[in-house]
Design a protein around this ligand. Structure first.
Ligand SMILES: Cc1cc2nc3c(=O)[nH]c(=O)nc-3n(C[C@H](O)[C@H](O)[C@H](O)COP(=O)(O)OP(=O)(O)OC[C@H]3O[C@@H](n4cnc5c(N)ncnc54)[C@H](O)[C@@H]3O)c2cc1C
Length: 400
């Protein structure tokens, strides 16, 4: 009735990713952290493995794979780069190119996908604004129709991958108000190619973790955006953007699980060889019990995340679940994963004593990288709002 095994193809995908992580990513992490940029060779290899936009249709060069397969990649990349820069580079493009593929115009797909697939264009999401994050409906960016174009004005902030889009090209799936008086029902989704349109200025923000991918914002001053950059119908953007967030959140949950599993693995190795009071510290129950709890929590989150992605792909393909069932399952995984993964990485640091606190210990990178996901693509608190909206009903939402 229930089968928890992955298919043979999925196991091969995982094995290939594990090998790629160990042989290609791990040896270059120090360089990536120092330069704060993902080495070009790694981006090229991600491209050659078909992982850049892996869920877009084969007619645009994608593998056409579904969400669970993307989850496997996310988990393995999380293990390989516990600082979460490469996983973010992967997952953001995976989720948002999927939305672009599903709802974008033929012109925009022809323009963006061939270059994105080669690692020569970045596809991200630019929804957050300096004054509007969780409360997406209060966003101030507007898009006013003018003939076959839109005039877009506003500012997006705290966005992942701005330098990548500025350097290589590409852009952001961006939400703007087209009928402001209608709130969320008056928002439209666009692909905003920050280099290909004039009047865009960028800025950057230093962050705590994720060394290797940039973080910043872009300001749009009456920018003319041709109509073919619109994604889906006018005023339907809020509905579409949530489909992208759900996909990204499911992947984030597995990145967190991957990074924290690696931290536990390192912690286990350390506690088995470190002696204190005449015995390996692994023999003390004080450490064992924490390990047992962390491991079990990660396994529970992992199962929940794969189930949520499976529900997502089923609902996308053929229905069978309501949108709210899917968003609820995804939100549970995204709520738990960064919190429990953060705890696990923190405990793995503690087991490693003073070395654990040093910058030489990889677990501090995991801690900082995982921390980003209590906010990125929707905060932990917003995930709780989504879960309780399902449990209690919409009439108990604290806001409308
Ligand atoms: C590392 C990182 C990468 C990011 N990348 C991107 C990106 O690529 N694209 C993009 O568009 N955005 C990105 N973001 C922005 C992210 O989506 C927002 O930070 C997030 O949605 C929260 O919005 P905010 O920061 O404006 O906080 P606010 O919405 O101002 O909230 C502040 C605090 O109040 C809490 N809060 C708000 N409302 C409620 C409520 N009703 N009940 C309880 N608590 C509440 C929030 O959870 C938060 O803790 C990124 C953020 C980070 C940290």
């Amino acid at each position: 009735m229930i089968d928890f095994t992955f298919s043979e193809e999925q196991e091969i995908l995982r094995a290939n990713l594990r090998k790629f992580g160990e042989e290609k990513i791990s040896p270059r992490l120090a360089e990536m952290v120092e330069k704060k940029e993902i080495p070009q060779e790694l981006i090229k290899e991600l491209s050659e493995m078909g992982l850049l936009g892996m869920c877009i249709s084969p007619e645009y060069g994608g593998l056409g794979l579904e969400a669970v397969a993307a989850g496997i990649v996310a988990e393995e990349l999380g293990k390989a780069d516990v600082g979460c820069a490469i996983p973010t580079f992967f997952l953001v493009q995976c989720a948002w190119s999927y939305i672009l593929d599903k709802y974008g115009s033929e012109e925009v797909k022809q323009e963006v996908f061939p270059r994105m697939r080669k690692g020569q264009a970045f596809v991200g999401v630019g929804v957050t604004e300096p004054d509007a994050g969780s409360d997406v409906a209060s966003c101030k960016t507007t898009a006013v129709r003018k003939g076959s174009t839109y005039i877009v004005s506003g500012e997006k902030g705290y966005i992942s991958g701005v330098r990548e889009a500025e350097k290589y090209g590409g852009g952001f799936v961006t939400l703007a108000k087209t009928t402001p008086e209608l709130g969320t029902r008056g928002m439209t989704l666009f692909f905003f190619p920050i280099k290909a349109v004039g009047g865009v200025t960028t800025r950057y923000t230093e962050e705590l973790g994720r060394e290797g991918i940039s973080w910043g914002g872009f300001y749009m001053d009456n920018v003319t955006v041709p109509e073919h950059y619109r994604i889906g119908e006018e005023d339907k953007g809020f509905y579409l953007v949530n489909q992208g967030f759900e996909f990204a959140r499911g992947l984030i949950a597995l990145v967190c699980v991957g990074a924290a599993s690696k931290a536990l693995e390192n912690g286990i190795n350390y506690m088995k060889q470190r002696q204190a009071f005449g015995r390996p510290i692994a023999s003390y129950e004080g450490l064992q019990f924490v390990l047992a709890e962390d491991y079990s929590k990660l396994e529970a989150t992992r199962l929940l995340a794969y189930k949520a992605l499976w529900m997502y792909q089923k609902e996308q393909r053929e229905g069978g679940f309501s949108r709210f069932q899917v968003s609820g399952a995804i939100a549970m995984a995204k709520m738990l994963a960064p919190l429990w993964a953060f705890d696990a990485a923190n405990h793995a640091m503690q087991w490693q004593g003073a070395y654990g606190y040093s910058m030489d210990c990889p677990e501090q990178r995991a801690l900082r990288g995982i921390r980003s996901y209590t906010l990125a693509e929707g905060s932990t608190e917003v995930m709780k709002l989504i879960v309780t909206r399902e449990l209690l009903g919409k009439e108990y939402l604290a806001y409308k």
